[in-house]
Design a protein around this ligand. Structure first.
Ligand SMILES: Nc1ncnc2c1ncn2[C@@H]1O[C@H](COP(=O)(O)OP(=O)(O)OP(=O)(O)O)[C@@H](O)[C@H]1O
Ligand SMILES: [Mg+2]
Length: 592
């Protein structure tokens, strides 16, 4: 059983730890479909860095074989050769950049698709636990940071490692003793780079954390802007935001500080290397055991040696952040959805009878929201569920649609446990008007059909008229094709509810669920909808949840819920006669 699991389940804050190799292996798997491109990228990269590395060697030849001996004719021929070599190098670099760039974008696209698909497949409790802003950070920022890992990190790392190896090879080909002398600085480089890397790694984790927190806060506060303004909490919100932003700043500034120390230190080590060449090499030139061209080549090689080292250290930053991002992305992807379709699902059911058998359910741990709930709705029957706020009415709907899975008992639809059907089959049975109507930033028409059915405008207009929304549609400048803006912000709450009502009607499903469907609608429209509802319910199994008892008189059975239990059930007359909760509520309504 999942009891207690919700609390321990994944949230955006908890990130599983993956080993370095595991992360690399996972990332590589994304490159597998593009093997050919990877090979091409490696080859071009090898060519371009090899041609880069032999530059100082060419300088040595120019100096020692042509300029110093005074062979001007040979010099011109050689310069032509050099130009050719450089040209090939440039072309190789161009192709390398092109191929790696395209490759990176392809992989990032695949990864984003995987993340999106995965998020969409997660159960509702996942969204209760994870803040929207954080999930957004994963799909955008974390993927972007992975892209950098790839472009600035991996690609340049391979490149630079190649260049470094090449430089060492060229050095040793030129002069073994001088090479050994220069390379005595490598331990210094190693210690500096390592210390730096360690500091940066820690800071980078913090930076990502504070960024995610800042994003989540921003997202939530923009969404809740009305409330903040109306409650005059701008100052409070500003103070919070200042705190988060300062946190981020502090980490970033520390980052700047370490870089500020690191680069001059590297520069200094570079100077030490140059001094070694000048003192030791100079002495040997004097002795006649070293040619001037070799020493010049060494000076240039040393300079070149520090570029990749600097770049690798700089990119270390990016690599670390990308490692953290990969961990977050893979934690998300590895978090299997807990509400899923079975292996071999039932695809057809004979009827739409709904049975709850001793159902227990808690959103978290053992805070039971439904306790031993049992009821039955026969095919074509209409039931109403009433009860005080927080009684668990909406939760019943959430369970029926498998937004959450129950803890104990069974829910049976059409003779089959709902866990035996695929989620599509199950959810495809229901037309649902929720308590909190949601609209996408699209047109009214698109919000009704949600691209799912081919209903033409005439049909939808007809539905709108039947539910008393004809006037509303006419008042829109483009009728059904008017955009409703972000979350339907240009519609009133009642109008939004009319749209979601029309959505349920247009979908024409076998079972109808109305959760406070008329709560925000004015009395006149409501009375029109009240006339439309019976049409809608005709030949359908229906569940109506309502606060206004007047709206549910004509149902077959009324279930009265309180604190997660079904306390009374029967027709209006029966319940009035029983003289219990329902009768009391009903009398209160009449008085009001
Ligand atoms: N996503 C959730 N996570 C945790 N607890 C929840 C969640 N949704 C609802 N609850 C809790 O479950 C209980 C029942 O909620 P439910 O939405 O089913 O009530 P309701 O009967 O529909 O109330 P209302 O008439 O106000 O719509 C409440 O105590 C509520 O706090
Ligand atoms: Mg509710």
């Amino acid at each position: 059983m999942k009891t207690g699991e919700h609390r321990d389940g994944l949230t955006a804050d908890s990130v599983r730890e993956y080993s370095f190799l595991e992360i690399i292996r996972r990332l590589m798997s994304y490159f597998m479909p593009y093997r050919l491109m990877v090979v091409l990228a490696l080859v071009t990269s090898l060519v371009s860095s090899a041609l880069f590395v032999i530059q100082p060697y060419l300088i040595k030849i120019v100096l020692d074989s042509y300029i110093i001996p005074g062979d001007l004719e040979g010099l011109w021929t050689f310069i032509l050769v050099i130009t050719g070599v450089y040209f090939v190098g440039i072309v190789a670099e161009y192709f390398m950049n092109l191929i790696t760039g395209v490759l990176g974008q392809k992989v990032m696209h695949d990864l984003r698709m995987d993340i999106y698909r995965h998020i969409m497949s997660m159960e509702m409790s996942f969204f209760d636990r994870n803040r929207v802003g954080r999930l957004m950070t994963r799909t955008t920022d974390d993927v972007a940071s992975l892209n950098e890992l790839y472009t600035s990190g991996a690609v340049s790392f391979i490149n630079n490692a190649g260049v470094l190896a090449g430089i060492v090879v060229v050095m040793f080909t030129l002069d073994v003793k001088l090479s050994c002398a220069v390379l005595t600085v490598t331990p210094l480089i190693y210690i500096t780079a390592r210390t730096f890397a360690e500091k940066i790694r820690i800071i980078y984790r913090d930076i990502r954390k504070s960024t995610a927190r800042l994003n989540a806060f921003l997202q939530e506060n923009i969404q809740g802007i009305r409330l903040i303004k109306q409650m005059m909490r701008s100052v409070w919100s500003l103070a919070k935001f200042t705190g988060y932003s300062e946190d981020l700043n502090r980490n970033k500034i520390q980052n700047v500080f370490y870089y500020g120390v690191f680069f001059p230190l590297m520069e200094f080590i570079g100077v030490v290397a140059v001094v070694i060449i000048l003192v030791y090499g100079g002495g040997r030139i004097h002795e006649g055991t070293l040619k001037l061209g070799v020493m010049v080549a060494f000076l240039r090689l040393t300079d070149m040696f520090f570029w990749p080292v600097r770049e690798m250290a700089e990119n270390f930053n990016i690599m670390m952040s990308a490692m953290a991002s990969s961990e977050r992305i893979f934690t998300l992807l590895d978090n299997e959805p807990s509400v899923t379709s079975p292996q071999s699902p039932v695809t057809t059911i004979d009827n739409t009878e709904i049975v709850f058998e001793h159902v227990w359910f808690a959103y978290e741990g053992e805070d039971w929201v439904l306790r031993d709930v049992s009821f039955k709705v026969q095919s074509g029957q209409r039931i109403a569920i009433v009860g005080p706020t927080g009684a668990g009415k909406t939760s019943i709907v959430n369970l029926l649609l498998r937004f959450y899975d129950i803890d104990r008992g069974r829910i049976i639809v059409g003779g089959r446990d709902i866990r035996e059907m695929s989620l599509e089959t199950l959810r495809g049975l229901f037309g649902h008007v929720g308590q909190d109507p949601f609209l996408f930033n699209r047109t009214v028409y698109e919000n009704i059909t949600l691209d799912g059915n081919e209903a033409d405008h005439g049909f939808i207009n007809d539905i709108m008229k039947r539910i008393g929304a004809g006037q509303f549609v006419q008042s829109l400048e483009n009728g059904l094709d008017t955009p409703v803006m972000e979350r339907g912000s240009r519609l009133s709450l009642g109008q939004k509810q009319l749209v979601s009502f029309a959505r349920a009607m247009a979908a024409n499903r076998k079972i109808l669920i109305l959760d406070e469907a008329t709560a925000h609608i004015d009395t006149l429209t409501e009375s029109m909808i009240q006339k439309a509802i019976p049409l809608l319910m005709e030949n359908r199994t229906s569940i109506v949840i309502a606060h206004r008892l007047s709206t549910i008189r004509n149902v077959d059975t009324i279930l009265v819920m309180a604190r997660g239990r079904i306390r009374e059930s029967g027709t209006h007359e029966e319940l009035m006669k029983l003289n219990g909760i329902y009768a009391t509520l009903s009398r209160m309504h009449l008085k009001a």
